[in-house]
Design a protein around this ligand. Structure first.
Ligand code: ADP
Length: 473
């Protein structure tokens, strides 16, 4: 059984992982951008200042520089010191830990002497704290005179960067927890309909087919819920028809068996009074055996149709021949009842692509009914070849079917009047088989009827092009 945690954890872990994959490099880049920005800002300032001072000092003599330096360092936010042409510090303003008379590193001096600027972050041994240093050479009359160093403490920058980092961290954690809460809500929202559907599916599996999922969203989850509901509906319909069908079968089989049992007992125990009576009972047994065998044959046919296993031998056939064959087979019964059978053809013959034997079965079934449910009058068979389709109408002048019953007469075991059909020897399966067979062969069947006047079954097959069918085959 699924629980909400499955999705919550999986989704949460994925989002957090994605979040970390994105947030960590982004945080790192932002940190780099900020620190780069601050350092560059200060660097360009001290560069400007050092080269500016170097220019200024190149026009002054050493004694006049000293008060000047004091004054300037008072105004400036930077500290500075000056070295002579030997690299010895001659003036120092505000740089702690560096004493007048000390020497700057030889490579510094070499660079300055070449007229190059120096730029670096200070070495701890020479200064206290971290400084950004820019040194510019002082050139007098094209000769090297010394250099001016401007130092900016990185303490301020570090402080600002710390603040930025703290803010970044705070924003990161804030977003992280927001994402966590968001993930939790989203996954709860996602998993709750799934849990609902899982419970519904389990209830359906247990046979509770009235179960429905109450989800109406328009997305994939909504359509899955709809599919589950449709499944439950179809299963219920299937179960109901199955139940009804089996109830009908057992009832229908029991009736002839009861007759057989009863009359065979009468015969065995010689409970009849005359040979005529004996003959009558034997006749009943014969009829009921025939009905049982017909019913079993019909059920077998229906079962094959349901499974889609009925094999049709489709060929181009002339309906006139098929109808004449079916009429010939049923005409004895019609004659016995004194019914007139008329067959009429209109239009020019067009072949239909059907199974001849199955069509004969269809027409015999309908003709049998027409004869069975008519006491007098005639049976008309009208075959008409029309532009779009070929139609077969089988009309009788029998007892008819009430309008309210018409929609059901193609249902299995449906009979207009139970006693009426039984009296006439029907099984209630004939028309169900007829409809199935007609539709399997691409046709349509309709019925119209007037109680007391007669019934008309109309079958139609669309006119097909031989070329097309051959191509398909
Ligand atoms: P059955 O074997 O009982 O005739 P069918 O499936 O062939 O079963 O027919 C279903 C029911 O439809 C019959 O029981 C009968 O009541 C009615 N029916 C069929 N054809 C006719 C007809 N031509 N005239 C009157 N009633 C008919």
């Amino acid at each position: 059984m699924i629980t909400g945690n499955g999705i919550v954890i999986k989704l949460g872990a994925t989002i957090i992982l994605l979040f970390l994959i994105v947030l960590l490099p982004v945080g790192f880049v932002i940190d780099r951008i900020f620190s780069g920005f601050y350092v560059n800002e200060v660097r360009s300032k001290i560069e400007q200042t050092s080269s500016h001072y170097a220019q200024m000092f190149s026009n002054m003599t050493t004694p006049s520089i000293l008060p000047m330096i004091d004054m300037m360092s008072g105004f400036s936010q930077f500290n500075l010191f000056i070295v002579d042409a030997h690299g010895q510090i001659i003036v120092n303003s505000g740089v702690t830990n560096i004493k007048k008379g000390e020497f700057v590193p030889a490579e510094d001096l070499a660079a300055l002497a070449k007229g190059e600027m120096i730029e670096r972050v200070t070495i701890e041994s020479t200064t206290e704290g971290r400084y950004l240093i820019s040194g510019s050479p002082i050139l007098k009359d094209q000769g090297f005179y010394g250099g001016v160093y401007v130092l900016a403490s990185l303490e301020g920058i570090d402080l600002s960067l710390q603040k930025v980092r703290a803010m970044l961290l705070l924003a990161g954690f804030g977003t992280f927890f927001l994402a966590l809460a968001f993930t939790y809500i989203i996954s709860k929202k996602l998993s709750s309909p799934l849990i609902q559907m899982e419970r519904a599916a389990r209830r359906i599996a247990k046979g509770n087919l009235d179960t429905r999922v109450q989800i109406t969203s328009n997305d994939e989850i909504g359509s899955l819920a709809q599919a589950i509901n449709d499944l439950a509906f179809d299963l219920k319909r299937y179960r109901d028809t199955q139940r009804e069908f089996f109830a009908n079968i057992s009832h229908e089989l029991r009736t002839p068996i009861t007759y057989l049992e009863g009359y065979s007992k009468v015969l065995r125990e010689k409970l009849y009074e005359s040979p005529d009576e004996e003959e009558k009972y034997l006749e009943i047994i014969h009829e009921e055996t025939g009905r049982l065998s017909r019913m079993i044959g019909d059920l077998f046919d229906l079962a094959k149709m349901d499974e889609g296993k009925i094999s049709l031998h489709l060929e181009w056939i002339d309906l006139t021949e098929v109808l004449e064959g079916a009429i010939a087979k049923t005409s004895i019964r019609a004659k016995e009842k004194g019914l007139e059978v008329q067959f009429n053809i209109s239009g020019e013959c067009v072949l239909v692509h059907c199974d001849g034997n199955r069509l004969t079965q269809v027409f015999i079934n309908i003709l049998d009914n027409a004869i069975r449910y008519s006491e007098a009058g005639s049976v008309f068979i009208e075959l008409s070849y029309e532009q779009e389709e070929t139609k077969i109408a089988i009309m009788d002048t029998g007892m008819g079917i009430p309008e309210a019953e018409l929609p059901y007469i193609f249902d299995r075991f449906y009979r207009v009047e139970k006693s009426r059909s039984r009296q006439y020897g029907g099984t209630g399966l004939g028309l169900a088989i007829v409809k199935n067979l007609v539709e399997l062969q691409g046709g349509n069947i309709h019925v119209t009827s007037n109680v007391g006047k007669g019934t008309c079954f109309l079958i139609s097959f669309p006119r097909l092009d031989i070329g097309n069918i051959k191509g398909e085959e």
